[in-house]
Design a binder for this molecule. Sequence first.
Ligand code: MN
Length: 241
Amino acid sequence: MPRPLFDLPAPPLVPVTGAEAGYPVRRIFCVGRNYAAHAAEMGNEVDREAPFYFTKSAHALCLSGTTIPYPPGTRDCHHEVEFVVALGAPAFRVPQAEAMAVVWGYGCGIDLTRRDLQAQAKDARRPWDLGKDFENAAVIGALTPGAAFGAIADQAIRLTVDGRVVQEARLSEMVWSVPEIIAHLSQFYHLGPGDLIYTGTPAGVGPVVAGNVLRGEIAGLAPLHLTIGAPEPEQGANHAA
Ligand code: MN
């Protein structure tokens, strides 16, 4: 076997409430349009035939408490607070009735989105990657084991920006439930430990600007904090046209 030419970073670890060990992240799946009021505010209807997904690289993960530079290449970066499911066991073609057995725990997340680039991609019928999958775009708070959280019911989910509530809903408003999502997604992937699923955002998404302090809250989970810093300075000599 050849040796690697260089070492890659270890998988990112998400802190776990009340534990020393962290949850290593392998993949990040995200559900689109999973709250009817958010679909409506984006000018879409909910597709009740099947959920749909996009992905983010594990290297897009950003831990709560971080100050990030305003993301590059966008003038319209949006917050999307989301309930995040962390898997802890293999799941391939798992029936809905057995889907919750593969859940390890839950966290509060933000799906940061370069909305202008996502809109351009939609218009051009191109993939969403530039709009969705970039460094620091998958913000995550400390995870809580499923047993400690209890059943997914009508827990409140909300996001404040500089102390002002901008997104607020209940987990019971999700169009596709967590077992429905796991059962459906596992038709297409061998899901497993280290896989996170961002389950979609409620209405009230909007732009962030440098200096904003975001706080995501889901009842029963650790809150999430994110500060938006100044953009990284442009290097005049080497920016691509
Ligand atoms: Mn989202």
